[in-house]
Design a protein around this ligand. Sequence first.
Ligand SMILES: *Cc1c(COP(=O)(O)O)cnc(C)c1O
Length: 396
Amino acid sequence: MEIYADNAATTKMSKTAIEAMLPYMDEIYGNPSSLHSVGQSANEAITSARKRMADCLGCDADEIIFTSGGSEADNQAIVSAARIGQNKDKKHIISTAFEHHAVLHTLEKLKKEGFEITLLDVHENGLVSAQQVSDAIRPDTCLVTVMYANNEIGTIQPIEEIGAVCRDKGVLFHTDAVQAVGHVPINVREQNIDMLSLSAHKFHGPKGVGALYVKRGIRLTNLIEGGAQERGRRAGTENIPAIMGMAAALEEACAHMDKNGAAISALRDRLIAGLSEIPHGVLNGDAKHRLPGNVNFCFEGIEGESLLLLLDDKGVYASSGSACTSGSLDPSHVLLAIGRPHEIAHGSLRLTLSEETSTEEIDYMIQAVKDVVEYLRGMSPVWRDLVNGKNKFVTK
Ligand SMILES: *Cc1c(COP(=O)(O)O)cnc(C)c1O
């Protein structure tokens, strides 16, 4: 059996998305900025894609900017809010300790420029509260940026409440919604969101394309200078095939969201129940406020990397957390942020499901993980010390 359970890292493109792209690599190849008919056909296609994406998010078409992906959207949103703040002598930004590195590294850069950054603590269940945000806002706060759903542990934040606090206090609110868009219902107006980042390859669209929703009236800072594309806010000839694939993937995801969400959540809960039978393991992140497809566990006495390699041998393609930090020996900043001690944060496993996952695959994964954990513990000196009572277990 071969099971792809790393959908938080990237997803397989849907047939609908692929088919939507093909004409724009073939007959409709014009440059949308050209005035002739070939260019204008391309321009009309982009206009329609922008409108369809806006409809999925509950905003207007002119509030959508196409980018090269989630990272660029995060960078542009945060830098723009910082420049707006700077002009008013407001140089304080609030975020959380478990954001994606596209956010954290942008904030570090701004810190070197003299911005003050407050990273909110994340509760052990993987959630931050609107009250925490409210308590941290100061007269010089120019931006609150809190991710919609965490990419490692899948917890969904109280975005509407956080947005309401920000709106009430007149502070811009950005959310990195890369893991949430196409998976849970989102309406930027109802949820008080000023800026939102998304990425196509996390919802069965192509890689290297994403978007930033930016509420009308908020002035964006360009990261890329050049032509007047995206109404002067992002230069460069548009990646039309990718944009068409993204719009088709988002429409498809939104049309089937209720049905897919319910089915995937049921599989997730079956997987969580099965893996909970393994002794001295713990589910990371709240079981309820959680993305439909996310399962993340720590198992004591083992190394996440060995677990992944042995699962790969059994045809299970999983992750220890973030694809961006794999290859580094540091434990995940997300697991440390929710208070997991170093020794167990190393033994993490993330399995992320999609609408293609079957019940049979879930049951196969449960058995595979049980077998591999038992095998690894059988030869682990760390485990032996725990069993002998030389060291103490931190989980039940
Ligand atoms: C994947 C991801 C990103 C980066 O998106 P890219 O399109 O790969 O640049 C940013 N934030 C989160 C939460 C993600 O999961």
